[in-house]
Ligand binder design. Structure first.
Ligand SMILES: NC(=O)c1ccc[n+]([C@@H]2O[C@H](COP(=O)([O-])OP(=O)(O)OC[C@H]3O[C@@H](n4cnc5c(N)ncnc54)[C@H](OP(=O)(O)O)[C@@H]3O)[C@@H](O)[C@H]2O)c1
Length: 354
C-alpha cells in the first residue's frame, strides 16, 4: 500500500532517517522517499548502511543515498522529512520551506520559532490552527519536541487540570539510540550509567511548558510551572524511561487520573493513519513500564507511537509515576509522520500534484 505524495528523507544514513524510511516505505498517504544524505552514507546503497533491528524495506534496499541541494529536494518532493543534526538542519529546512515544500523535522533548530511550531497533535494540535502564519509564501516547518519531552507532555496533558501542578520533576533513563548512530562509545555505557546528556535537561525545561501552554491573542503562553530534569544515558537500545514527580495543588485520586488517561484520545475520528488509539496505555503491574516490554506500544501502523504509564502513586501533594516512550518512533520519526498526517487532515498544507 502506498500513497501519492512524494517525499524525501534528509539524513537517510542516520538512526532517525532510517525510522522515517521504515515508516514511509509503506504508507497510505506518502510515496516511498528519496534518500538524501552525505558523509559516510553518501553514494551507498540503503541496505549497506542500515542500522535498525527491523528489516530494511526490500523495495528501497538497492536505492542509493544521494547528496542534494534544497532546490533539488524541493523540485522532487512534496514533503521533506528531516533527520538532520541540529545546527545543520535550520538553514536547509528554511530554504526547502521557502521553496514551497513543507518540512517535518526532528531537529531542534526551528522548535522555538514564533510561527513554525513544535507540535504533538494530541497535546497542542490547537496551536497549529491558532498560530499566525508569519511567512505567508513559505510552506510550514513543523517540528516534534525533544524525544524525552514527547512522552512527558503526552502523559501530563490529560491530568493537568485535575492536578493543578506547582512543580514537575523528571529523571530520565535514556536509551543509546537517542544519541543517533554510531552514538555512545560501548565502553562508556557498558557496566555504567552516564548522568549527563548535553542540553537535554534544558530542552525538557523549555519545550514541555510550551507544548502544555495556551495560545492567547495569537501569542503562546507556556504553562507557568517549573520543570526540573535529571537526564542519564543507560545501556538500553530503544525506549526512554522517565520517573516523574508532580507537586500538585489539586485533589486527584489515582482512579480519577486513570480515567482521565483512559478517556484521552483527541485524534479519534480524524484521518491520521499513524495515530495510536489510545495514545496513553496505563499499566497496573508493579514492574511496568519496561523498555524491552513496552517500547512498541500501539498496534499495526501505530506500533511504538503510544506512551506507557505505570507505577502511579498519589501521596498528596505528590503524584509519582513512570512513563516510557519509544524515542526514535513516537519521540522521533513517528512524531514527525503524525505531524504531517495531522497537518494534512487539518488543511495546514496541501500536497502539490506530482
Ligand atoms: N535519535 C533519537 O532518538 C532522536 C529523537 C528525536 C530527535 N532526534 C533528532 O533527530 C536528528 C537526527 O538524529 P539521529 O539520532 O538520527 O542522528 P544520526 O544517527 O547522527 O543521523 C544524522 C544523519 O544526518 C547526516 N547528515 C549530516 N549532515 C548532513 C547534510 N548536510 N545533509 C544530509 N545529511 C546529513 C549524517 O551523515 P553522516 O553520519 O554520514 O555524517 C547522519 O547520517 C537530530 O537533530 C536529533 O537531535 C533524534
Amino acid at each position: 500500500m502506498s500513497g501519492s505524495i512524494r517525499t524525501a528523507v534528509l539524513g537517510a544514513g542516520g538512526y532517525i532517517g532510517q525510522e522515517f524510511i521504515r515508516l514511509l516505505s509503506d504508507h497510505p498517504l506518502f510515496l516511498p522517499p528519496a534518500l538524501i544524505g552525505r558523509g559516510h552514507s553518501e553514494g551507498r546503497r540503503l541496505a549497506d548502511v542500515w542500522h535498525l533491528a527491523e528489516e530494511c524495506p526490500p523495495e528501497l534496499a538497492s536505492q542509493k543515498i544521494v547528496r542534494a541541494t534544497p532546490r533539488a529536494i524541493a523540485s522532487q518532493a512534496d514533503a521533506a522529512f528531516s533527520a538532520l543534526p541540529s545546527g545543520i538542519a535550520g538553514p536547509i529546512e528554511s530554504e526547502i520551506a521557502r521553496r514551497g515544500v513543507p518540512v517535518f523535522s526532528n531537529a531542534s533548530d526551528h522548535r522555538l520559532d514564533p510561527s513554525p511550531t513544535m507540535i504533538v497533535p494530541e497535546v497542542n494540535g490547537a496551536h497549529l490552527r491558532k498560530q499566525p502564519r508569519g511567512r505567508a509564501r513559505s510552506a510550514p516547518i513543523l517540528t516534534n519536541p525533544n524525544c524525552s519531552v514527547t512522552g512527558l507532555a503526552l502523559a501530563l496533558a490529560p491530568i493537568l487540570s485535575i492536578l493543578k501542578p506547582i512543580s514537575i520533576h523528571v529523571a530520565t533513563y535514556q536509551s543509546l539510540s537517542g544519541a543517533g548512530f554510531p552514538g555512545v562509545a560501548a565502553l562508556s555505557v557498558t557496566d555504567n550509567i552516564v548522568p549527563f546528556i548535553a542540553d537535554e535537561e534544558e530542552k525538557i525545561a523549555l519545550e514541555t511548558p510550551r507544548l502544555l501552554g495556551r495560545v492567547r491573542g495569537g501569542r503562546l503562553r507556556p504553562l507557568p510551572v517549573p520543570i526540573l530534569a535529571h537526564c542519564a544515558r543507560v545501556g538500553v537500545r530503544e525506549g526512554h524511561l522517565e520517573a516523574v514527580t508532580v507537586e500538585a495543588r489539586g485533589l486527584g485520586d489515582p482512579a480519577r487520573l486513570r480515567k482521565a488517561w483512559r478517556d484521552f484520545d483527541p485524534l479519534q475520528g480524524l484521518a491520521i493513519p499513524s495515530a495510536p488509539h489510545p495514545p496513553i496505555v496505563v499499566r497496573a503491574e508493579v514492574d511496568r513500564p519496561q523498555p524491552i516490554l513496552d517500547r512498541w506500544a500501539g498496534v499495526e501502523r501505530s506500533r511504538g507511537m503510544a506512551v506507557v504509564v505505570g507505577r502511579v502513586r498519589w501521596t498528596p501533594p505528590y503524584l509519582r509515576l513512570f512513563l516510557l516512550s519509544h524515542n526514535a518512533v513516537r519521540g522521533g520519526a513517528g512524531g514527525s509522520v503524525i505531524n504531517a498526517e495531522y497537518a494534512l487532515a487539518r488543511g495546514v498544507w496541501g500536497a502539490r500534484t506530482p
